[in-house]
Design a protein around this ligand. Structure first.
Ligand code: ADP
Length: 785
């Protein structure tokens, strides 16, 4: 509404309110006077009876004429206004008739009282009452009436009005003046009261208009709110609908994904069964007399079948993880062994490409943690193998560090928790920035051309990503094309009590304290790692980047050097040449020297130059071997007599002494590779299958002496497969491989028909011992031919 419209509306409303208020007020006042007139009429009669009741005329008593005039005149005065009050309340004429009647009543009362002065006050009282109308015109009518009465009666019948016949003819004027005097106040009061009524009406009108507007606004807002509410309601309904659709779509997608995973799992299994046949037969073929070309063909079949199987295993693994069917193990694992095992698997590849494979475990990293060694190793092997694949020159460095974290919710907090940060740094081809985010997705490779050149399925990193997530961590990569890549991942794990590790050498590290060591290597990363490592053992390392630099240091007679460790492959002057020069420095003639080199490049054992060296360390260098070599060079005896560091870790010719046909049943690819590597070091070439059903089909093709049987496998586990084999009369020695090392697990394995038991992670010396025992048992029952 416009402001001008508003003020018009307020004025109109104020007018109405005022009129209404006046009407009510005047009607009420009319009623008041109605009562008053009746009371006055009765009072007139009463006064006339009381003051002059009877006129005595002889014996007859008559009613005084005053009484009659009180009755009749009073009635005449009171009745017309009463009639009008009844019929026309609040009307202009009614109040003026009332004013007239009220004044006439006063006049009658004065007359009946014989003009007594006190009764004149009734006039003033009546005027004051008439002011209740708040209409000054009524006062004028009343005043005119009373003045006219006083004038006429004052002139013609003064006794009736002034109580004396001798009153001055101007006495009415004196009375009139008092009446006018009172009128002045009353009229002023009426006008003021009228104004107040107008103001009040205006305020009420404003308030009402304001209220109306507020109400209008409220109604408007309420309507808007209702509209908004209804649109919100619609929105919410739509959201709920969308959510339901989404849930349905998600369920459908999950079902599809599960179906896909199941399909992949079934497919991989179906493909693997004939593939195992192919491999078994190839093994048999390779055992038979073949000419060179045939052997080559058979070898190629076996290699191709191997790589096909590893792809299928990857797919199977991925679908298993995706379908949530992977339960992580929690057993104590040694970080060092975990890394060394992974390095072991890939050492040959590194050597072939002449790449240095190094690792560094940062200080404050707990040596033992509770976790799933298989899965951690699987990630490491994947990343290291990629790094080696995509690097032509330089080195691949594996690092691990840890920092404490609060105990994750719902986990046991008896021992501290850590986040372990692993990184695999290479100096390879690198990855363009725009491709980095795709790497961890299924089947994604940086570009198709690299696939052809390097091979691969693009599954490895996707599996790594899932596994790190399962272990409470994440995986990411930083890379610069042409410079190299750093693949990193974290896992969360609890620290474990130190366990006895059969692989770790027992050397008294305290004996290394304060011994000085010269490290000669052209690779600065290698030098840094060596230095850090030996410093941790309390040694004092010196570094030289070349043979020349080393000789300069060694020629200083003031420098006390207890030992030097030389890299075999260095530009300008190699390790052997350097050793020769060192031996020519008089004070260094007896300096213990350690050579480290990749196995293929080390001088042959028969080489006379070996005399200069105390030990040889094969690359990649492991901490355990390094400490042994240092102890040997420094003539420190081992801390525990239980195992002599001189004793070879495993017997490389065991297979020649005890020939065995071995079947390895293990579902995890990396575990398979570790077991195969250990077996190959003992001289065995085992056949490998991935579950119990495959064991059964393999033994139907070929007789095995020993079956290394993983207990937990998909499709058919090791226990069930063993029961099946025993039920069909198979007598092969079955050795259980399991992560669960409790006595009850052992009993369960033996109860199923297994002969022995080896706990994971598999260690070469343990496996050797188990194979020797198995062979002995076989000879007792059925002698090996
Ligand atoms: P695969 O190596 O079997 O193809 P991955 O998932 O392990 O599958 O790797 C996916 C792709 O990521 C590789 O094909 C390669 O393009 C890229 N990639 C992985 N690691 C490296 C690396 N260290 N340097 C360069 N590229 C890499």
């Amino acid at each position: 509404m416009l402001p001008s419209q508003t003020s018009e509306r307020i004025d109109a409303l104020a007018g109405n309110l005022l009129a209404q208020h006046r009407q009510e007020l005047q009607s009420r006042t009319d009623q008041l006077f109605g009562g008053l007139l009746v009371i006055q009429w009765l009072a007139c009669i009463g006064i006339s009876i009381w003051l002059t009741p009877l006129t005595w005329l002889g014996e007859e008593a008559r009613v005084n004429s005053h009484v009659w005039s009180a009755v009749f005149l009073g009635g005449l005065i009171a009745l017309p206004p009463l009639l009008m009050i009844w019929k026309e309340p609040g009307k202009f004429l009614t109040r003026h008739v009332i004013a007239l009647a009220q004044m006439m009543s006063s006049a009658l009362l004065i007359h009946l009282s014989g003009g007594r002065l006190e009764f004149h006050f009734h006039v003033f009282g009546s005027l004051a009452f008439l002011a209740f109308y708040r209409d000054w015109k009524v006062l004028v009518t009343a005043s005119v009436v009373i003045l006219a009465d006083h004038f006429i009666r004052g002139v013609y019948w003064p006794i009736s009005v002034f109580g004396t016949s001798l009153a001055s003819p101007w006495r009415w004027l004196e009375h009139g003046a008092w009446v006018v005097f009172e009128d002045c106040f009353l009229i002023y009061a009426c006008i003021r009261s009228q104004r107040e009524m107008q103001e009040m009406a205006l305020q009420r009108a404003e308030l009402q208009v304001h209220n109306e507007r507020v109400e209008e606004t409220v109604t408007h807002r309420t309507a808007e709110l209702a509209a908004a509410n209804s649109s919100l309601q619609q929105h919410v309904t739509r959201r709920i609908q969308i959510e339901q659709e989404l849930v349905a779509a998600k369920e459908a997608a999950e079902a599809a994904s599960l179906a896909k995973s199941e399909f992949l799992a079934n497919m991989s299994h179906e493909i693997r069964t004939p593939m195992n046949g192919v491999m078994g037969m190839t093994s048999l073929l390779l055992d038979s007399p073949l000419d060179e070309q045939q052997r080559n063909f058979a070898e190629t079949i076996r290699q191709s079948a191997d790589s096909l199987l590893s792809i299928i295993n990857d797919i199977l693994d991925f679908s298993k993880i995706e379908a949530g069917r992977v339960d992580l193990e929690t057993i104590p694992i040694s970080i060092q062994s975990c890394i060394e095992d992974s390095i072991d698997l890939l050492a040959q590849k590194a050597e072939e490409k002449e790449l240095d494979l190094l690792y560094l475990i940062h200080e404050d990293t707990p040596p033992w943690i509770l976790g799933d060694i298989t899965r951690v190793r699987q990630i490491l092997v994947n990343l290291i193998s990629n790094a080696l694949k995509f690097t032509e020159k330089g080195d691949v460095l594996i690092e691990v560090e840890a920092h404490p974290i609060p105990t994750p919710e719902g986990m046991n907090g008896s021992r501290p928790w850590h986040e372990f940060h692993f990184s695999v740094t290479d100096t390879g081809i690198g990855i363009p920035a725009e491709r980095l985010d795709r790497l961890f997705k299924l089947f994604s490779q940086v570009d198709a051309s690299t696939t052809r050149r390097y091979g691969g399925t693009g599954l490895g990193l996707a599996i790594c990503s899932q596994l790190t997530e399962l272990m409470g961590g994440r995986i990411w990569v930083e890379s610069q094309p042409g410079v190299g890549s750093v693949f990193q991942f974290t896992i969360r794990a609890q620290e474990a009590d130190a366990q006895e590790d059969e692989a770790a050498p027992v050397v008294d590290l305290a004996a290394f304290k304060e011994r000085s060591l010269l490290i000669v290597d052209d690779n600065p990363t290698n030098r840094r790692i060596f230095s850090l490592q030996v410093q941790r053992w309390g040694m004092l390392p010196l570094e030289a980047g070349s043979g020349r630099e080393a000789l300069e240091i060694l020629q200083r007679p003031d420098l006390n050097i207890d030992l030097a460790i030389l890299d075999m492959q260095m530009p300008e002057m190699d390790g052997l040449e350097l050793a020769e020069h060192i031996r020519q420095i008089p004070q260094r003639k007896a300096l213990p020297l350690i050579m480290f080199s990749s196995a293929g490049l080390a001088p042959a054992r028969g080489d006379a130059r070996w005399q200069w060296f105390d030990s040889y360390l094969p690359k990649p260098i492991k901490q355990s071997q390094l400490s042994l070599a240092l102890a040997r060079a420094l003539r420190i005896s081992p801390a525990s007599a239980a195992r002599s560091y001189d004793a070879p870790l495993v017997n490389q010719q065991l297979a020649d002494v005890i020939p065995l046909r071995i079947l390895l049943a293990e579902d995890n690819l990396v575990n398979q590779r570790v077991a195969r590597l250990i077996l190959s070091r003992l001289g065995y070439d085992a056949d490998v299958v991935s579950d119990g059903q495959e064991v059964i089909s393999s033994v139907s093709l070929r007789a095995y002496d020993v079956i290394l049987m993983d207990v937990q496998m998909p499709m058919m586990d090791g226990l069930e497969a063993t029961r099946h084999l025993r039920a069909t009369g198979n007598t092969a020695q079955i050795i259980a491989l399991t992560a669960h090392a409790s006595e009850s697990d052992r009993q369960e394995c033996l109860a199923a028909g297994m002969d022995d038991y080896a706990s994971k992670p598999l260690r070469p010396n343990v496996l050797e011992q188990k194979l020797r025992l198995a062979a002995a048992r076989l000879q007792n029952s059925t002698p090996v031919i």
